[in-house]
Design a protein around this ligand. Sequence first.
Ligand SMILES: Nc1ncnc2c1ncn2[C@@H]1O[C@H](COP(=O)(O)OP(=O)(O)OP(=O)(O)O)[C@@H](O)[C@H]1O
Ligand SMILES: [Mg+2]
Length: 163
Amino acid sequence: MILKTVDDTRDFGVRLAAVLRPGDLVVLSGPLGAGKTALAQGVGRGLRVLGDVTSPTFVIARVHRPDRAAGGTVPMVHVDAYRLGNVTDPRAQVDDLDLDASVEDSVTLVEWGEGMVEQLADAYLEVRIDRRDDEARVIELIAHAGDWTDRVATLSEAAAEHA
Ligand SMILES: Nc1ncnc2c1ncn2[C@@H]1O[C@H](COP(=O)(O)OP(=O)(O)OP(=O)(O)O)[C@@H](O)[C@H]1O
Ligand SMILES: [Mg+2]
């Protein structure tokens, strides 16, 4: 998928949110400035969570509570995996942080550097974002176990209709 502008990337995040469920792990991978946080902003909008989604640079993870008045039901945990170090399941680490939100009841979104996902053991969706020279982003969805293959198919069909 090609996303031309930052708003396209956010809109894709909104569509991604539609297939997410509590307990999910989504790993956003890609180089510095790829648009991982921009995508997370779209997911936050789609899940209807409270608070501005920004780079969690000075914290390991931030919890965004659902905006129940707006129809939100699922908390979003936004993690900067760079600060987690090498882990096989970031959700276990995040649960240890005592964030006042359980990862089983939340959607966990992890911003991860390039080449750091291979070590992950559990089921998750990988969203690889790459920059092109013209500022457009190329997005690749990679299903890792669980029922992610089916959900990626749903998303790809939606993207085809959107295009
Ligand atoms: N098509 C696009 N999609 C996403 N961002 C874009 C696009 N075109 C330009 N941009 C710009 O690229 C930047 C992406 O920043 P963002 O913080 O989302 O990246 P990041 O991958 O989270 O970086 P970091 O590795 O520092 O966490 C923003 O300034 C955004 O406006
Ligand atoms: Mg970021």
